[in-house]
Ligand binder design. Structure first.
Ligand SMILES: *[C@@H]1O[C@H](CO)[C@@H](O)[C@H](O)[C@H]1NC(C)=O
Ligand SMILES: *[C@@H]1O[C@H](CO)[C@@H](O)[C@H](O)[C@H]1NC(C)=O
Ligand SMILES: *[C@@H]1O[C@H](CO)[C@@H](O)[C@H](O)[C@H]1NC(C)=O
Length: 395
């Protein structure tokens, strides 16, 4: 056997075990290890690390607290400074939670990035960041789940001046956001091997009970859950609710520069939200979320509008009137008649239900640099953004 062939076999063996954990735990963990198969630990006799070894897949494991772990060998979890919450893989593995806070780096799938002392409130201070390296060369995207994300509201003009979260280094443009974003999920493409950096800036001088718990899931290029390139958000399922960033049911308590009630809507947005077309569905309908008169307040004066305008057809604007802040829905039609709406921009203080057969299903969200009352006509007062219900329509 030639030298090359020998080394090829060695290399191939390593590759073959790369996706699995090689179980080579010490038998000293009485609590978990009482029924372990004694296969590997013969001190001084292991010549090949992968001979006579039990393997198991590194799958998800649910745990009792708010974080899910990954099934790893105990030693592997300790090396990652992970927290063991139980056993998995027929008690051969450990459910391991890897949680990091400020000034950290990770290349571990399913790392949680939390505020210092989470779930206690964080008073702020220096910027807090995590650098996320790909866990392997077949990873294309980082899925960022805001399991809990409460930062200070933007200033009254919609600018994230007190607190903000920024995400850089990826191939997807992510606007700085702030306020309440629990439940939002972002998809950021990796740019080759470049790390993605997530940075939270929280101004200590502003007293606010901020906190965050973010799950960072690395998605393989062939993963069925991966979002189409560039879609900052991606929804699956035949129906769902799409909220703009920092959408909420109370107004911003801050005032805008012209001393009127501030806006929750974030300034300087320009992103796409994609919805996976499910099998057997050919069109999509968008409607304002019900029982909430504020669920489409994108431009204009919310406080100056009475309930004949707010959340009604009267408050709804579209087309050329929408130049500052708007939602784009490609080639929309009126649901009941199928007639073309004729315009694809929507703004104002209400939203009339529309449908679209344009593929892929996508919404674009655009806001300008000022969500306050000073710079724009009509002025923006107390806008909240949007909460739209989408429903796919069968072919
Ligand atoms: C990371 O973990 C998630 C959830 O457990 C899984 O779907 C995904 O495939 C994993 N990514 C890689 C690169 O293994
Ligand atoms: C944990 O996993 C379960 C089952 O896969 C899932 O329903 C849940 O949302 C996960 N929780 C977190 C915090 O990721
Ligand atoms: C684990 O913690 C130790 C001590 O704080 C540190 O030196 C080491 O770099 C950490 N390892 C990882 C993978 O974070």
């Amino acid at each position: 056997m030639g030298n090359n062939v020998f080394w090829f076999i060695i290399a191939a063996s390593f590759v073959a075990i790369a996706a699995f954990t090689v179980y080579e735990d010490n038998i000293d963990d009485k609590e978990f290890d009482d029924d372990l198969e004694e296969v590997t630990e013969r001190k001084g006799k292991i010549l090949f690390p992968f001979v006579s070894i039990v393997r198991f897949a590194n799958t998800d494991c649910a745990s009792a607290n708010t974080m899910n772990g990954t099934c790893l060998a105990r030693r592997e979890c300790n090396n990652l400074n992970g927290t063991i919450t139980g056993t998995c893989a027929s008690r051969r593995g450990r459910c391991c939670i890897v949680s990091r806070s400020c000034g950290s780096a990770t290349n571990v799938n399913n790392t949680y990035f939390t505020s210092p002392g989470y779930p206690a409130a964080f008073s702020g201070g220096q910027t807090c960041s995590i650098i996320v390296q790909r866990c392997n060369a077949n990873v294309c995207q980082l899925r960022i789940d805001f399991l809990d994300m409460v930062l200070a509201q933007p200033n009254g003009d919609g600018v994230c001046a007190t607190d903000s979260i920024t995400i850089t280094g990826g191939n997807t443009v992510v606007p700085p956001i702030c306020g309440d974003n629990t439940g939002q999920t972002l998809f950021v493409d990796f740019n080759g091997n470049t790390a993605i950096t997530i940075t939270v800036t929280a101004t200590m001088a502003t007293t606010f009970a901020r906190r965050w718990n973010i799950r960072l899931i690395q998605l393989g290029c062939d993963c069925p859950g991966i979002a189409p390139n560039g879609c900052l958000q991606y929804y699956t399922g035949t129906t769902g609710i799409i909220n703009s960033f920092n959408y909420g049911t109370t107004s911003n308590t801050g005032l805008s520069a012209s001393l009127v009630t501030g806006t929750r809507q974030i300034a300087n947005l320009n992103y796409g939200i994609c919805i996976r077309m499910e099998a057997g569905f050919c069109a999509i309908q968008y409607a304002q979320a019900p029982n909430d008169a504020f669920s489409f307040t994108v431009t204009g004066d919310v406080e100056g509008a009475d309930n004949t305008v707010l959340g009604t057809q009267v408050g709804a604007l579209n087309g050329g009137t929408c130049t500052t802040d708007f939602v784009v829905i490609p080639n929309p039609t009126v649901g009941t008649t199928g007639a073309s709406v004729g315009n694809d921009r929507f703004c104002g203080l209400g939203f009339v239900t529309v449908q679209s057969t344009a593929k892929p299903f996508v919404l674009y969200v655009v806001t300008n640099g000022n969500e306050g009352a000073t710079a724009t006509t009509p002025p923006d007062v107390a806008n909240r953004g949007f909460s739209l219900v989408y429903t796919q329509i069968a072919c």
